[in-house]
Design a binder for this molecule. Sequence first.
Ligand code: ZN
Ligand code: FE
Length: 259
Amino acid sequence: MEIVPVPQLSDNYAYLLIDAETGKGAVVDCAEAAPVLAGVRRHAMRLTAVLGTHHHFDHVGGNTDLLAAVPDLRVYGSADDAPRIPGITHRLRDGDTVEVGSARGRVIMIPAHTSGHVAYYFPDEGVVFTGDTLFAGGCGRLFEGDAAQMMASLARLAALPDDTRVYCGHEYTEKNLRFAATLEPGNRALQGKLAAVESLRRANRPTVPSTIGEEKATNPFLRTDSAELAASVRTRRPDLPAGDRVALFAAVRQLKDRF
Ligand code: ZN
Ligand code: FE
């Protein structure tokens, strides 16, 4: 399965998934139909499905225009979010399967950014689409859930194999890692990744995909077991209760909100 990022709006990514065997393909999240349809033509693929991660307009805003251009599209989205996902045809629950040509993806419910957020995991391809829940170097804001719920959702993603490639919904990596480096200046994996990401961005290239292994080594929201991170947060939030991972996570999220 070939995966092609399609820039959307100012810093979103849609992803074209192209099954080489059948020529059929899907798009993960679509804010704007025109660049996605241009990509579909360029790759001579047959678009058969839309895989929506969550209901925000920068992830589903192009659905209606896509359906107008390709009327028999399957539009997948969380059953919990169905009323908020334009054109939805397939309401998904945890563990459900989505079809992209001959490839099969598994739905992982990962609520907190929104209450019906899902990831799409393709085990045979070793790829996961994480929307606005797990970003390279960060995580989504807690719009419809709390810190404990986001930690549980991220833990489900972190449990995937380390070499799983992570495709997220936004190009936020550089700023995320700059924030991360303020909390773990001694994390060498983080410093190395930040340097690599800065040079990619200077060349105007995408920083996706990351991998689950890289995220576990560099993403502060997956590193509440890091002593350095805990100590850094404590210098700014001396009231933080000792040994409370959820409180630490919530404090990291609040610090990032203001970064
Ligand atoms: Zn969002
Ligand atoms: Fe978004």
